[in-house]
Design a protein around this ligand. Structure first.
Ligand SMILES: Cc1cc2nc3c(=O)[nH]c(=O)nc-3n(C[C@H](O)[C@H](O)[C@H](O)COP(=O)(O)O)c2cc1C
Length: 189
């Protein structure tokens, strides 16, 4: 398996990114961390964390979001998937407009042009029409949109359970076999 780009933008939901990094580490999956300046705020505020801490804890390769020459943005590098979790409305808008002005957005655009898996986990409430239109546009280009909206049919007891619900859907889309969250068996009701 090639590497995975873990893009972290400044929407609320920093714990999702941290948990995904933890699972990559547990599975020995190589990944590269790219965080925006706004993500530094949300990581600190919501999880007392930082891109450096995530790299130190879970061993991902930390990229500089201003370095658009980095491996994460290379079309020839062995990158299997780009995940932006959480994905802000700003990052969503740039991708929808084809703007690759930083390493996160450039990696996403490269994923689209190379037909790599691109998974976005947007979060906003409510969504503006521009967010919805941008999601529809990017989805129509083959990206997978996983809204940060945990389900309740698994009867989550903790915030970690709710985080895992979303992270499991991301892992499924990357193609990583997992039992991170309870799966529906069809016999619950
Ligand atoms: C505490 C905090 C929470 C935020 N939550 C969201 C959010 O849930 N969704 C969103 O689209 N933007 C959110 N923002 C705003 C983004 O951080 C802002 O639009 C920023 O420009 C995003 O830049 P980026 O996409 O480069 O990370 C939040 C900002 C802060 C400071």
């Amino acid at each position: 398996m090639g590497e995975i780009v873990l893009g972290i933008s400044g929407a609320s939901g920093a714990p999702y990114a941290i948990r995904l990094a933890e699972i990559f580490a547990q599975r020995g999956i190589q990944f590269r961390i790219v965080a925006s300046d706004a993500a530094r705020l949300t990581l600190a505020h919501e999880a007392d964390s930082s891109p450096e801490k995530i790299a130190e804890q879970f061993g991902g390769f930390l990229e500089d979001n201003t370095n658009i020459a980095a491996k994460s943005a290379s079309g020839s590098a062995k990158i299997d998937a780009v995940v932006i979790i959480p994905c802000s409305g700003t990052t969503l808008g740039k991708i929808a407009a084809g703007i690759g002005d930083n390493l996160i957005t450039r990696s996403a655009i490269v994923a689209l042009k190379e037909r790599r898996k691109l998974i976005l986990v947007p979060r906003e409430a409510p969504y503006a029409t521009v967010h919805l239109e941008n999601m529809a546009k990017i989805s129509s280009w083959g990206a997978v949109i996983i809204p940060a909206s945990p389900g309740f049919y698994t009867h989550p007891k903790t915030i970690d359970d709710m985080v895992d619900f979303i992270v499991a859907r991301v892992l499924d889309q990357i193609g990583i076999d997992n039992e991170v969250s309870t799966r529906w068996s069809g016999e619950e009701i």
